[in-house]
Write a protein that binds this ligand. Structure first.
Ligand code: FE
Length: 338
C-alpha cells in the first residue's frame, strides 16, 4: 500500500517537473563509496524529487578539485571523512554557514560547527598483540609513549589526518608541551618507520612484527565481521582496548560535510544535509562504513561494532580537532614522527 502511494506521488512530481521544465538537482561531491549509499541517495530523490548528480573521488583529490573550480564549481554539498579534512575545507573558505533548526536539534552540538556537520562517528582504538603485550600496559593513548613499549609501537604516517586529529585531541586535553613529549615517546618506541594504513598495522600486530598500534574502529569492525578464515584467524591474536576510559574517553573522529559557498542549488543542499540527519539516512550513512550515527538514539545492529563492546567516547567538540590540526602537524614534525 505504502509503496503504491509512493509511486503515485513520484509520478505526479515527474509530471510537475516536466511542466515547469525545471528539474530539481543536487550536485554532490563525495569521498564516500559504500554499498549502502545507493539506497541513501535514491531515498532522498524519492522523498524530495531532487535528483542527485554524484561525483565520487578520493578525499584530497575532491578538495583539490573544489579549490581549482573556485566560484565556477557546480558542487552544492561536499562530503568527506576526518575532522582535519573538514577543517581544511573550512579554512579554504569553501563552506557556507547553514542555519537549520533541524540540524541543530538532531546533530549534537559537539559534532557540528557553523558550516559543517558530522553525520557519523568512528573511534581510534588501541590494538595489541595478545602474546607480546599486556592489555594493562596499553590502557591509554599516553601509554604508547611509555619506554616499556620500546621497539613495539607501529603506526601509519604522522601526517595522516587520522593521526593529526588524534594529536589535535591530545593537544586540546593536555596542552602542547605534553603532546610533544607524547609524540617523542612514541617515536622512541617505533618498531619500524611509519608506513601503510590502519589495516596494515593490525596485520603487523597480529603477525607479531609490532606489539601495539592504533586503528579506526571501522577497520577493526570490518575484520571482526570478515568471513575469510585467514582474517578470522588474524583477529584471534589481536586484543582491542578502548583508550582513556578513566579519563576523557576514546578519541572520536567523524565523517561529515557541508554546503559549499558557491552552491548553485542552495535550497536543495540544505534539504539534503537535513535528510542526512534523518533516522533512516543515519542508519545507511553509519552502517555503510561500520560507523556510529551522529544522531543519538538511533538503533543499529552491526555485529562488528557489537563485538567490540561498549565504551566511553570523548565528547571534545570537533571544532577543537579542527583548531589544532595544523599545530598537530608541527608537533609531529618536531618529534620526527614522519
Ligand atoms: Fe579510513
Amino acid at each position: 500500500m505504502r509503496s503504491k502511494l509512493g509511486l503515485a506521488v513520484a509520478g505526479l512530481l515527474l509530471i510537475g517537473g516536466a511542466a515547469t521544465a525545471e528539474e530539481k538537482v543536487l550536485n554532490l561531491y563525495s569521498a564516500r563509496h559504500y554499498q549502502t549509499d545507493e539506497a541513501l541517495y535514491s531515498n532522498f530523490t524519492k522523498q524530495t524529487g531532487i535528483k542527485i548528480n554524484r561525483i565520487e573521488g578520493k578525499e584530497d583529490e575532491l578538495l583539490e578539485r573544489l579549490k581549482n573550480e573556485g566560484a565556477n564549481s557546480p558542487a552544492d554539498v561536499f562530503l568527506t571523512v576526518d575532522a582535519a579534512r573538514l577543517a581544511k575545507a573550512h579554512e579554504l573558505g569553501l563552506f557556507a554557514p547553514v542555519q537549520s533548526k533541524l540540524l541543530e536539534s538532531r546533530i549534537p552540538a559537539h559534532l557540528r560547527t557553523d558550516d559543517w556537520f558530522s553525520f557519523s562517528t568512528r573511534a581510534r582504538v588501541i590494538v595489541y598483540n595478545k602474546g607480546s603485550v599486556k592489555a594493562g600496559d596499553v590502557q591509554n593513548y599516553a601509554d604508547l609513549a611509555n619506554p616499556k613499549l620500546k621497539g613495539k609501537f607501529c603506526s601509519r604516517s604522522g601526517s595522516h589526518p587520522y593521526n593529526l586529529s588524534l594529536m589535535a585531541s591530545v593537544i586540546s586535553h593536555e596542552g602542547e608541551a605534553k603532546a610533544e613529549q607524547w609524540a617523542k615517546g612514541m617515536v622512541a618506541n617505533f618498531a619500524r618507520a611509519p608506513k601503510g594504513g590502519d589495516t596494515d598495522q593490525i596485520k603487523a600486530v597480529s603477525a607479531g612484527e609490532c606489539g601495539v598500534a592504533v586503528s579506526n574502529t571501522y577497520y577493526v569492525a570490518r575484520l571482526l565481521r570478515s568471513t575469510k578464515p585467514e582474517e578470522q584467524k588474524m583477529m584471534e591474536k589481536v586484543g582491542i582496548v578502548w583508550p582513556d576510559q578513566n579519563g576523557s574517553g576514546a578519541h572520536i573522529n567523524v565523517s561529515g560535510g557541508g554546503m559549499l559557498k558557491t552552491a548553485p542549488n542552495k535550497e536543495a543542499a540544505v534539504k539534503f544535509l537535513e535528510y542526512l540527519a534523518s533516522d533512516e539516512a543515519q542508519r545507511y550513512f553509519a552502517d555503510g562504513n561500520n560507523e556510529w550515527p551522529a544522531v543519538s538514539g538511533i538503533k543499529i545492529s552491526n555485529p562488528g561494532l557489537e563485538a567490540m563492546g561498549k565504551f566511553k567516547a570523548d565528547s571534545l567538540p570537533v571544532k577543537n580537532l579542527a583548531m589544532y590540526a595544523t599545530k598537530a602537524q608541527i608537533l609531529f614534525d618536531r618529534a620526527g614522527f614522519k
